[in-house]
Ligand binder design. Structure first.
Ligand code: AMP
Ligand code: MG
Length: 426
């Protein structure tokens, strides 16, 4: 079987990724998730006319004799202060000509008033306010429904609820929003040599770093991770675990998909009714990667090498999880960056070089990290992106423009740039 180009693999996954069913949840539980239906405002916001500043509620007509810019020495208009409206308080009565009421930011505008003069433009004395400037009708007043009217769409379907959006929903008093169910993702590491996190290392064994790492990545994609116990390289036991894993929305396995004598994953998946859509992609790291379908369940057989499972997760699995959850921007985030050091790809697979991405001098920069072995993770601890080098990109000098895949914030935000501060980049 020849190697499938990554674009082709991606297309097949995208085309076969189902949308999960919609559920209604409180806004807080929707944080970070994508709205499946538009949210309609149940009320006007603000719900009542109120002051945008601390000042004096006035009838703008009373001040027409004043200049529009206040001056210390200019004329003033003397108004009688008819009480005070703090935020949350009730106006004491209506304002008539020659009257004003002290009003605080967020306080209701008393009847009769049509504008608010900022406190800074008033000389205050007990019961009297000397106003120094004129105001337009409506000045410093936040009309009812200015932000949104009840019945209008507050947030569109397809929008990810971010902290600002959550605050908006809570301000509106929205109780339930429609989001897609979080994908449930079984994680199954395979290999006789693996020992679980926390267990002692026997001779010849390696620690299973992939299960906890992938669980974290799954959770960071807004999905629910269901780590399964490690499966040994034994057909019958593997079949049992795979069967269990396939009862979830997604099964992610690691290891056992290459051409070794004990690489049973692909066959076991097929035995369990998974229709294999492809095996082996033109990607480095990550060649032995298998993708299959059974009913509504999707199976991703990731390579065992930890660097490979991480790269294939980010290229294929995370986008699929986002798509399942209804995110319209589910494709990997790619951008153009300036190379900080030379690199090249003489091979026939697209190379995903772990890189430290940072903003510098107004441009996104990518520094290829030392140690790119697919069996290693050391440099992955410094990487917040990949330089994506297609086959034939032989010599890319420092300063050249390259395509990068920006990894999600959990890897280290690009703007945070902790990597270049060590001084080894320039
Ligand atoms: P495999 O794809 O099963 O041939 O495994 C390739 C390499 O990755 C071997 O050196 C394995 O020991 C290693 N490996 C496989 N699974 C894991 C894992 N979960 N954690 C750490 N290393 C692993
Ligand atoms: Mg193995």
């Amino acid at each position: 079987m020849s190697l499938l180009p990554i674009e082709e693999a991606f297309r097949i996954i995208a085309e076969t990724t189902p949308l999960l069913p919609v559920e209604q949840v409180p806004p807080r539980e929707a944080l970070g998730r994508v709205l499946a239906e538009p949210v309609v405002a149940p009320i006007d916001l603000p719900p009542f006319e109120n002051s945008a500043v601390d000042g004096y509620a006035v009838r703008s007509r009373d001040l027409t004799a004043l200049p529009t810019h206040a001056s210390e020495t200019g004329p003033t208009v003397r108004l009688r202060v008819r009480g005070e409206v703090p935020a949350g308080g009730a106006p004491t009565g209506s304002i008539t000509s020659g009257e004003t009421a002290r009003v605080m930011t967020g306080g209701r505008i008393p009847a009769g008033a049509d504008a608010v003069v900022m406190r800074e433009d008033v000389e205050e004395a007990p019961d009297v306010a000397r106003v120094r400037r004129a105001v337009e009708p409506g000045a410093n007043v936040r009309p009812r429904g200015e932000e949104i009217r009840g019945g209008e769409v507050a947030l569109e379907a397809g929008r990810r609820v971010n902290p600002g959006g959550l605050g908006f929903l809570l301000a509106l008093g929205v109780e339930r929003v429609a989001v897609r169910r979080r994908p449930r993702v079984a994680i199954l590491a395979t290999g006789n040599e693996l020992v679980a996190e926390g267990a002692p290392l026997r001779p010849g064994a390696v620690r299973d770093s992939s299960t906890p790492t992938l669980a974290t990545l799954v959770e960071s994609a807004g999905a629910v991770a269901v780590p399964l116990p490690i499966a040994p390289d034994d057909r019958a036991l593997l079949a049992e675990r795979v069967r269990e894993g396939l009862s979830h929305d997604v099964l992610v396995t690691t290891g056992g998909v290459s051409v070794g004598d004990y690489d049973f994953v692909k066959e076991v998946l097929a035995e369990q009714g998974v229709k294999i859509r492809f095996w082996k992609v033109a990607m480095k790291p990550g060649k032995p990667f298998v993708y299959g379908i059974r009913g509504d369940t999707r199976a991703f057989g990731l390579p065992g090498n930890p660097g490979s499972s991480l790269a294939t997760f980010e290229r294929f699995v995370r986008p699929a999880l986002r798509k399942m959850a209804g995110d319209p921007s589910w494709a990997p985030a790619e951008a153009e960056a300036v190379l900080d050091a030379r690199c090249g790809n003489a091979g026939d697979r697209t190379w995903f070089l772990r890189a430290a991405l940072s903003w510098r001098d107004g441009a996104l920069h990518a520094r290829p990290l030392a140690g790119q072995g697919s069996g290693t993770l050391r440099s992955a601890g410094e990487a917040n992106g990949f330089i994506v080098l297609p086959p034939g990109a032989i010599n890319r000098e420092a300063g050249a423009r390259v395509t990068v895949q920006i990894l999600p914030a959990i890897y280290g935000e690009v703007w945070n740039s902790p990597f270049v501060m060590k001084g080894d980049a320039r």
